[in-house]
Design a protein around this ligand. Structure first.
Ligand SMILES: Cc1ncc(COP(=O)(O)O)c(C=O)c1O
Length: 412
């Protein structure tokens, strides 16, 4: 199987051997029975593989992990309870107190809050750089740096760093590059080909595609030699588990012990969502481009930010990196905070809520919601202004989306 769409539909699981069911079986079972005490003991001892307890692993969750691995063409995956859980699991598997993270400034608000709160209180310092300033990454790396973290498309700044160049910096310093590919998805961007070590996704977004489930996943691209990691736990793990070192530590030490596992029902929904990811992303990207073009010409709109606009500073990098597609999120500024909120209040089709990547068009006023507790300067560097609306462009008929914005803007 080589085509993305074919893998999206067929990889992950085969028809159920017992019943012939072709839809993925949903194993809503907390635990798995064994006929003998010796049999269960043997699985616990790691002598043979078997499912034991769904906090550790579950067959429906495994199917989602396998489909993600196939789509990313990676080494293996670990599914967890949310995108934030994926970030937390990756960070705490890679870094210990005294270590450092080099991260882009323009990250999702929840990630910034995590790095500046709990991660900092654990004694792990984050050094921020401008996402697109490649030299700044190299300058920020020290001997204590344990990961470089960037978003493929910054949410909501929508800046697009050149991931392959950042991966070169990471490789030169033997530091794993962790990319958050939530807004690009494996359909637009193959993290492995760019040289990332790990790619994480909030499966809540485009992967599911309809806003029905919270989940996350970490894919090990298989590009980083964990046996040479500066992290002693990962080196020890590599001596036993080889290339599975990271996934083994993340599953056993973090997911199993903190319990941030993915529920089988959510894995089922993510798995089904992936089957149509390619079709949906084509429509999301097409609609976003048409809406961005239209709003750029609108007299009530001060500015439009979308990597698909030729005037965007990251247009060429995005064009090359995402193969002529630019994602489904657009931001617009309307001059004042009142105008931004009035526009949102007058939209009928677009829903005002805190999410992206739904089939439905979604909007939010980030400054008064996601970033309300973020210091002004940090908010500015994350690309958020008071007069800005973030639009996650859905897959409805584009004429209806445009008509909704036109009608709302006449009342601003
Ligand atoms: C880029 C990005 N990463 C991570 C997350 C966190 O994902 P979740 O809400 O599934 O925890 C989000 C959520 O909006 C996001 O936009």
């Amino acid at each position: 199987m080589s085509g993305f769409e074919t893998k999206a539909i067929h990889e992950g699981a085969t028809p159920d051997a017992a019943t012939g069911a072709v839809a993925l079986p949903l194993y809503e079972s907390a635990a798995f029975a064994y006929p003998t005490a010796e049999g269960l003991a043997s699985v616990f001892a790691g002598k043979e593989f078997g499912y034991v307890y769904s906090r550790i692993a579950n067959p429906t969750v495994t199917a989602f992990e396998r489909k993600m691995t196939a789509l990313e063409e990676g080494f293996g995956s670990l599914a967890v309870s949310s995108g934030m859980a994926a970030i937390a699991t990756a960070v705490f598997a890679l870094a210990i107190p005294g270590d450092e993270i080099v991260a882009s400034k323009s990250l999702f608000g929840g990630t910034l809050s995590f790095f500046n709160g709990l991660v900092k209180r654990q004694g792990i310092v984050t050094v921020y750089v401008d996402a697109t300033d490649i030299a700044a990454y190299a300058a920020a790396v020290t001997e204590r740096t344990r990961l470089i973290f960037v978003e493929t498309i910054g949410n909501p700044k929508l800046d697009v760093p050149d991931i392959a160049s950042i991966a070169n910096v990471a490789r030169a310093h033997n530091v794993p590059l962790v990319v958050d590919g939530t807004l690009s998805t494996p359909y637009l961007f193959k993290a492995k080909d760019a040289g990332a070590a790990l790619v994480i996704h909030s499966a809540t977004k485009y992967i599911t595609g309809n806003g029905t489930a919270i989940g996350g996943v970490i894919v090990d691209c298989g590009t980083y030699d964990w046996g040479k990691s500066p992290n002693a736990t990962l080196r020890t793990s590599a001596a036993k588990a080889g290339a599975s070192a990271f996934l083994s530590v993340a599953r056993k030490e973090i997911v199993t012990n903190t319990g941030n596992c993915l529920s089988p029902l959510n894995a089922f929904l993510h798995y089904l969502g992936l089957e149509t990811l390619a079709l949906r992303m084509e429509r999301h990207c097409g609609n976003a481009q048409l809406l961005a073009d239209h709003l750029s010409r609108h007299s009530k709109v001060t500015s439009v930010n979308y990597p698909g606009l030729a005037s965007n500073p990251d247009h060429n990098v995005a064009d090359r990196q995402f193969n002529g597609r630019f994602g489904g999120v657009v931001t617009v500024t309307l001059g004042t905070s009142d105008a931004a909120r009035a526009c949102i209040n007058n939209l009928r089709l677009a829903k005002n809520l805190a999410n992206v990547g739904d089939a439905k068009t979604l909007v939010i006023h980030p400054a008064s919601t996601i970033y309300r507790d973020t210091p002004a300067e940090e908010m500015r560097t994350a690309g958020v202004s008071d007069d800005m609306i973030r639009v996650s462009v859905g897959i409805e008929t584009i004429d209806d989306i445009i008509a909704d914005f036109d009608a709302a803007l006449t009342k601003v």
